[in-house]
Design a protein. Structure first.
Lengths: 212, 375
C-alpha cells in the first residue's frame, strides 16, 4: 500500500499545539503531530522498535509553526537533550519542553524514510480506528449508553457489535505493536477488517475517497 | 562470630556514629552521596589497597578476581554459549527459574538457553517476568519467550519459597563488565575518556554534578589510593575510562551480584547463595571484561552501542535489527516500583542476617572487626 496518499504533514492545530516524537540514538524527530493523545499512543506502539520521547515544539525559542513538519522533521533535534534521562523512559508521561530546535545535518546510518513511513502508517490506522468508532450509529449510541449501563445490565444484542469493534481495535493495535514489515503488517490488518463486512466497506469507501 | 557483609546504603545514624568512634576518618555523608549516585548497596574492594571503610570477605563472596591473562581471546558469544552448556551439566538436578527483565543481559541468557539446550532439556525452565519486561522487549517475548517457556509473574515473587526447589538465574553482575553507564554520562558531560585519571580536576568536576563536591573528592581520593597500589599491575589502569570501569569491576562487583538477595526477607542467606546463579559471575567473563569488554565504550561510546557485544549475540539469534540498533540502557528502577525494600542490614559469617530494628546491639558490638582500620 502507498501510504503517501495519507501523508499527514503534522502541522499545529487551531489551538497552536505542536508536538514531535524524538528518538535518542538517531537524535532526530521522527514524527510531528498536533494531537497529544495520538502522539502518546504512537510512542507506545513504536516502543517495540525504539524509545520515543514526546517533545513540545512550541516552547522552543526559535519555534515557528512552519519550521518543522513531517516533510523535514528527521533533520531536526532539540538542544536540551540533556534534560531527558534516557535511562528512565517511564518518567516522561508529559511532553518535554524544547528549548531550541537545532538542525541535525549528519548522515544517518539507518533508513529514516522507512521509519517515517512506518510511523505514518501507524497514524493512518489509528485515525481509521477513531473514524470507524465515530461512523457507525451503533458505536455512537453504545459509547453513550456505556456511561449509563454496564454490559451485563444490557441485553446481549445491544453490545455485541461494540464488543466486536473493541476486539478489532485491540487486534489492529497488536499487529502494529509487533509488526516489522510494512506490507505484511498492512495485509494482516486488511485481513482483520475483512472479517466484518461493514468495517471492510467502510475501509474501502475511505480508500476510494482518498484516491479521488 | 563476625560481620562479613553490610548493606552500606542503609547505614543508620547510630551505626554511623559507632563507625566514627572506631575510625575517625569515616565520612558517612560523602559515602552515602557517592553510593546514591552510583550503587545503592555498597563498595567492597576486591583488588589492590583497600581504601574503603569496610573489610572484604573472600569466603563470603566466593568468586574472587583472577589475575589478568593478557592472552585471553574467547569472545562474548563463546563464553555465553559455554556458560549454558556447563551450567546444564552441573545444575540439572533442579528446575531453573530465569528472572527476565527484558533488558540486554537477561535476554542474552535466554538466547543462550534457546541456542544451546534442546526443547526437552529446557522443559524444566520457567521464566519470571512482568509487564515492564514485556514492554522492554515485546518481540522477544512474543516470538521466543511465550512459545518456549513456562512464564510466571515476577511482581509478587519472593524467591525465598523457591530456594530449596529451584536454581534462580539472574543477569548479575553484567553491568560491571562492559564499561559503565556512568562513563557515558561523563562523556556526554564533556569528559574525554581517553585522558589520564590522574588529571583530577575534570573528573572531580564531573562527579560533583552527580554527588556534590565533598563526596566527589572522597571517591576520587579513595580510588586514587587504590589505583596507585596497582600502578605496576598488567591491568594497565590509566584513563578515565579505566577509572569508571574499575569502580564497577573492583568496588561494586560484590554487592551488585547479591543485590536481589537483600530484598529477600530470609533469616539465613546460605540457601540463597547456594541456589542463586549469577550468570555473569565467572572467571571467564571477568577475563573477557579485563581484556576486551572494558574497552567497548572507549571504542564507540555512542548511545546505541552500550553493551553492543551482548546485543550482537542476541541479534545473531533473533535478527531484530531495531533492538540491535536502538536498545539503550534502562535503569532497573524504572522497570516498575521496587516491590520490596531492603529486608535486612548485614550478614554474619554463619550466614545469619541481622536487622537494625531487632539486632542493633549485636550489630554495634560486632562492627569493629568489619571496619577497615588500615586505610
Amino acid at each position: 500500500m502507498d501510504y503517501s496518499q495519507h501523508f499527514d504533514f503534522g502541522a499545529p492545530n487551531n489551538q497552536g499545539q505542536h508536538y514531535a516524537l524524538w528518538e535518542p540514538v538517531l537524535d532526530r524527530f521522527l514524527l510531528a503531530l498536533s494531537d497529544f493523545q495520538l502522539c502518546e499512543t504512537i510512542k507506545f506502539l513504536a516502543s517495540s522498535r525504539y524509545k520515543l520521547f514526546l517533545i513540545d515544539l512550541t516552547t522552543a525559542e526559535n519555534y515557528t509553526p512552519t519550521l518543522i513538519d513531517n516533510s523535514c522533521c528527521e533533520n531536526w533535534a532539540l538542544s536540551n537533550r540533556g534534560d531527558i534521562s534516557i535511562i528512565h523512559p517511564n518518567r516522561y508521561t508529559d511532553a518535554v519542553p524544547a528549548k531550541q530546535l537545532i538542525p541535525n545535518c549528519t548522515t544517518a546510518d539507518w533508513d529514516l524514510v522507512q521509519e517515517k513511513t512506518w510511523l505514518q502508517s501507524v497514524l493512518v490506522w489509528l485515525k481509521f480506528i477513531n473514524q470507524l468508532k465515530q461512523a457507525h450509529p451503533w458505536m455512537v449510541y453504545n459509547s453513550f449508553i456505556g456511561h449509563i449501563y454496564t454490559n451485563s445490565e444490557l441485553p446481549e444484542s445491544d453490545h455485541s457489535w461494540y464488543d466486536r469493534m473493541a476486539q478489532l481495535e485491540n487486534a489492529i493495535l497488536k499487529v502494529l505493536y509487533l509488526g516489522t514489515d510494512l506490507e505484511q503488517t498492512h495485509q494482516q490488518i486488511v485481513d482483520l477488517l475483512a472479517q466484518d463486512q461493514y468495517v471492510l466497506d467502510f475501509w474501502q469507501r475511505r480508500m476510494s475517497y482518498i484516491k479521488t | 562470630m563476625k560481620i562479613v557483609y553490610i548493606n552500606q546504603y542503609n547505614i543508620s545514624d547510630s551505626v554511623a556514629q559507632r563507625i566514627q568512634e572506631i575510625d575517625s576518618g569515616y565520612d558517612h555523608e560523602s559515602m552515602k552521596q557517592a553510593m546514591n549516585a552510583t550503587l545503592r548497596q555498597g563498595f567492597y574492594c576486591r583488588k589492590g589497597h583497600n581504601s574503603l571503610p569496610f573489610v572484604y570477605s573472600k569466603e563470603f563472596f566466593r568468586t574472587s578476581m583472577p589475575d589478568i591473562d593478557c592472552n585471553y581471546n574467547k569472545s562474548f558469544g563463546e563464553i555465553t554459549d559455554q556458560r549454558c552448556v556447563e551450567l546444564f551439566q552441573s545444575h540439572a538436578d533442579r528446575p531453573w527459574l530465569v528472572t527476565w527483565s527484558g533488558g540486554i543481559d537477561s535476554t542474552a541468557i535466554l538466547v543462550s538457553i534457546l541456542k544451546n539446550l534442546s526443547p526437552q532439556q529446557r522443559a524444566n525452565i520457567t521464566v519470571s517476568c512482568n509487564k515492564i519486561s514485556v514492554y522492554e522487549n515485546p518481540r522477544f517475548f512474543h516470538e521466543h519467550v511465550r512459545p518456549n517457556f513456562h512464564v510466571i509473574d515476577s511482581t509478587p515473587q519472593e524467591f525465598g519459597s523457591l530456594l530449596d526447589t529451584h536454581y534462580i538465574l539472574d543477569g548479575d553482575p553484567a553491568d560491571m563488565l562492559q564499561g559503565s553507564g556512568f562513563a557515558l554520562n561523563a562523556k556526554a558531560w564533556g569528559l574525554d575518556l581517553t585522558q589520564s585519571w590522574k588529571q583530577s580536576a575534570p573528573l572531580i568536576d564531573f562527579l560533583s554534578t552527580a554527588m556534590g563536591r565533598p563526596a566527589a573528592e572522597w571517591i576520587y581520593n579513595s580510588m586514587a589510593n587504590n589505583l596507585d597500589s596497582l600502578c605496576d599491575d598488567p591491568l594497565d589502569l590509566k584513563t578515565y575510562a579505566d577509572w569508571f570501569w574499575w569502580i564497577n569491576f573492583n568496588w561494586k562487583w560484590s554487592a551488585n551480584r547479591i543485590h536481589e538477595m537483600q530484598r529477600q526477607p530470609i533469616p539465613n542467606v546460605k540457601p540463597y547463595l547456594d541456589s542463586a546463579i549469577h550468570w555473569y559471575d565467572t572467571v571467564d567473563y571477568q577475563q573477557w571484561s579485563m581484556t576486551q569488554g572494558r574497552y567497548s565504550l572507549v571504542r564507540d561510546s555512542s548511545l546505541g552501542n552500550y553493551k553492543k557485544l551482548s546485543k550482537q549475540y542476541i541479534y545473531e539469534y533473533d535478527k531484530n535489527a531495531h533492538y540491535l540498533k536502538f536498545k539503550t540502557k534502562t535503569d532497573s528502577d524504572s522497570r516498575g516500583p521496587r516491590s520490596r525494600p531492603t529486608a535486612w542490614f548485614c550478614v554474619l559469617d554463619d550466614y545469619r542476617t541481622l536487622t537494625l530494628d531487632r539486632d542493633l546491639d549485636l550489630i554495634l558490638e560486632l562492627l569493629p572487626t568489619h571496619i577497615n582500620q588500615s586505610y
